[in-house]
Design a protein around this ligand. Sequence first.
Ligand code: ATP
Length: 373
Amino acid sequence: MANHFRSSERQGNEENVASTPLDAQDVEQAPLTSDASLDDTAAGYSEGRTGGAHFAAPADDPVPAYAADETPEPSAAPAAEPFAAPEPEPQPAPVQGEGQSAMVVSDAPESNDITAQPGFTSVFAPLQDDGSQVIPHTGKPTISLRNATLIYPAQPNKPALEDVSLDIYPGEFVFVVGHSGSGKSTFLKLLTRELRATSGQVIVAGQELTKLRNRKVPYLRRQIGTVYQDFKLLPDKTVYENVAFALECIGKPRAVIRAQVPETLRLVGLAEKMDNYPDQLSGGEQQRVSVARAMVNRPPLLVCDEPTGNLDPAISLGIMRLLDRINRTGTTVVMATHDREMVDSMRRRVIALEAGHVVRDQERGGYGYYGAL
Ligand SMILES: Nc1ncnc2c1ncn2[C@@H]1O[C@H](COP(=O)(O)OP(=O)(O)OP(=O)(O)O)[C@@H](O)[C@H]1O
């Protein structure tokens, strides 16, 4: 969606990061409530996981300083709780199928699943389900699709998504899985209104996106943080400037930017690298910058498309810890991924797509069997 957010040209040197402690893990504990500007915006944000974060009313937003289709993924919403959830205790591996909802259409056996083999220890074990991860499906969903279909003009006879109906509630952490080409990215693009559904309804933050006027799209996107596999950092801006840019685009005052950007960079463990350029960072660090950029204005919804796709497992764990903590403050997270091990370890809600259809929607689900992807 952010077509002027160019991909950085190198993925960075992972050795440096692999050997460093997961500093995000430590700094993530730092509360984000120390500056008045954040406190000012705290009203309207609900507390804790079960309540989830609320969307700000678009009408209250200032006029955007950019055109709809030039928008980076600005994020604007009231400040969340500090990202300071306690680390969950390691739990015994959950039973496959536990918590499975009635909506399961198919869930093929996982006989090739190395994670099911005796003695296997996941790098994501620290993120294992702590039993508190099922969000009640009550109240107003953050995301609601009703018979949503998306047909690309280049593929008129093969809908990329067809007749998809589902609800995602505030505070949920939802993995979207499926074969390459199954429709995961298309689904995420419907949520951010990068694409408009061909038919059906897509409601995000109480707005029907198929009817939303283009000029209103920036207001929607302020409330959605986005994280992509290829980071999409601006190579000619420093770490600080990359994060600040998201706030500048939505007209935040300089004083707010000066307070909020360093605080967020501290949160993701990059306080020391504020003046570096993206090509001076490892891949994991670049992704932490993009998480910081997505979260700097505390959006109630975070949409992630393969955020760990370019990272090795140890670095991915650092990013997932960060996203997990963000989710535990009440932010709804929807993440497309091919990372079987991560999904199997975390046991959150899993929505599986096949050829544009939802074939499984499972609480505390596993990755499922998709063969080579
Ligand atoms: N711009 C486009 N024009 C035409 N067809 C498209 C376009 N983008 C995607 N498609 C098709 O839509 C279907 C779904 O693609 P999508 O990118 O959503 O899949 P995906 O599950 O995200 O795949 P991957 O895991 O490889 O990223 C595929 O058949 C793909 O070829």
